[in-house]
Write a protein that binds this ligand. Sequence first.
Ligand code: DHB
Ligand code: FE
Length: 283
Amino acid sequence: MAQLIGGLATSHIPAIGNAIHKGLQQEPYWKPFFDGYLPVHDWLGRVKPDVAVVFYNDHGLNFFLDKMPTFAVGAAADYSNADEGWGIPTSAPVPGCLDLSWHLIRYLVAKEFDIVTCQEMLVDHACTLPLKLFWPNDAVAPVRIVPIDINTVQFPLPTAKRVYKLGQAVGQAIQSWKSDQRVVVLATGGLSHQLEGERAGFINKPFDLQFMESMVSNPEWATQFSDVELVEKAGTQGVELLMWLAMRGALSTAGAGVRKVHSNYHIPISNTATGLLALETMA
Ligand code: DHB
Ligand code: FE
């Protein structure tokens, strides 16, 4: 069976794409952020995943307000990026993993998740930038991906409880995939941020740190909150932390628990409190 080796969660701010493009990683503003990824590069070099399941939230590139799935799973041979208007250079298509996509889709539908299946899917900065952060030396990340989009754009949002359960089902599916591949689960979004309105620039460090700690030791802690409570605590876009919860749900199904490999928290990049977490499943 396939091996679920761990999970990585990171923020995905478009400005990161511009910083990478302009080579600003060593500038004082960016260094504490980019240096946070160095231990993750070491870990990835050791564990060498073949496939990445990517929980991310599309921001209007693939899905717009007229048609907004709650959960959408990619089933494409590759995933192209396109101009979102942030001025980030468009990145090369990322290869998909069709075999795992269809296994996941069959498994999730059998478990009563009414997902949308996407045989064509554009991926935005939330999918492309984390790949660049985790594999900065590769023009195309050395993994095949299965993107899973979770709506955090248009209300009503899925509940935190439901997202955690989706993650658990994805974790079970990965571990029942007849394959020798090594699978890492990525989560991109958050932490606290709000881009518009009276609370634009809102950041909640105590909440973020408690959330990050819960990811290690008490993974269901955040499932107590409603969507509106999560907006209050983390900001209108901070609800992207639901992706972290999905990733952690997946890891919770890997028998012997998880170990924290590394974390970083840095305020702010653009309007966002940035978080990074690497978790490894224990054999
Ligand atoms: C910012 C953060 C995001 O998560 C996003 O999708 C777009 C912009 C920001 O802080 O600028
Ligand atoms: Fe975002």
